[in-house]
Design a binder for this molecule. Sequence first.
Ligand code: LLP
Length: 428
Amino acid sequence: MHDFKYRGRKLCCERLDLASIAERVGTPFYCYSQKSLLDHFNKLKRAFRSISPLICFSMKANSNLAVLKLLTRQGAGLDVVSGGELYKARRVGVPARRIVYASVGKTEAEIVYALKEDILLFNVESVPELELIQRLARRLKKRPRVSVRLNVEVDPRTHRYIATGVSTSKFGLDLKSARGLFLNSRHYVPAELVGVHIHIGSQITSGSPYAQALRRVASFVKDLKKRGVHIPWLNVGGGLGIIYHDERPQTAHAFARRVLPLLKTLPARLIMEPGRFIAGPSGVLVTRVTTVKKTPRKTFIIVDGGMSDLLRPSLYGAYHSIWPVRRSSNGPRVECDVVGPICESGDFLARDRKLALPGSGDLLSVLGAGAYGFVMASNYNSRPRPPEVLVNGSRMYVVRRRETYRDLVRGESIPAYLREAGSGKREA
Ligand code: LLP
């Protein structure tokens, strides 16, 4: 998070004071550092330079068009999980041959869309899905390339909601079934089975679950090779952890050192799907204190951003550091909850956190909010979603404007019979 730091007392994104952005766009708002986004992308790229992988940014983490454009201009591909993401990917002009598509529940319409776009790879999660892709491809006269997502049954030691490669999870195919698919791949023509895919979970801080997973993949691939089945693509998914609190995640280099020797034994081109690693440390949510409320038991800092803006604390109990946008001289730290205005007890950004007590009107910055922040925002409580700002040096760009009240009713309509005067009475 080195691109968010204090200059004097002011917390800045690159060379721009966050308070000055608040003056321009109001609060709450998301702010991303261009430098940090690029630095993190390049860190991975450099660490794996010796095998030049295709790095498909996992756009579920942050799908703002400006962010996507920035990364794809640097050579990134995109990992999409829905028709909507595919649409946004195409909107930024990323070549279809740099798009991979994973999801356990691709609909017919979504598959048709991706077939027509001729994306690089479908990451397939089940046999019925593969059969559906085959049927639709025949109809459209396409020859889709398919990766089979393996469930390698590795515990990634992360939050259970974001562990995906354990035996009870809905993702991927067990190794035995997957092996059967490859050995009978001619049954799935015109689909071509050309890759294996894994994604064992998210926010993984150590290299060992990856190494364990890759060892299983390696023996899977080698066994098939012996039987004459060559697999030219290997997609290792995303999942690299970042620092939210006191985690000590592996660096890109340490990760590469750990897995490269194994990867080099496999004759496959590597794909990676990092999301959080690139976007997480590159964004903050800035929110303004509405009131400080003291009850006999607790102190609440009530802010204008809540779970509708940043859901991670409520959904996963996730920890996000909170820093004052203007650092004051060392006042005492008080244990408090930082909560939003939403009518839910689960609406909090931090719990039992020791903070220098702010006053109403002060700005707070919630760190590590660049991934799974805005993308998980909602209009709950009819709250317009916040704007997103991209900072490049000392310049700022509003890359998504704040929603208006009018946006809240866009697409809604009242049936004519309800609009008629007195209709309520007639129905009663
Ligand atoms: N590839 C696949 C197939 C995935 O399912 C995911 C994330 C990624 C790549 C990217 O993972 P990353 O590098 O960002 O860890 N909302 C949760 C995270 C859910 C992740 C879902 N899959 C959170 O806020 O922590």
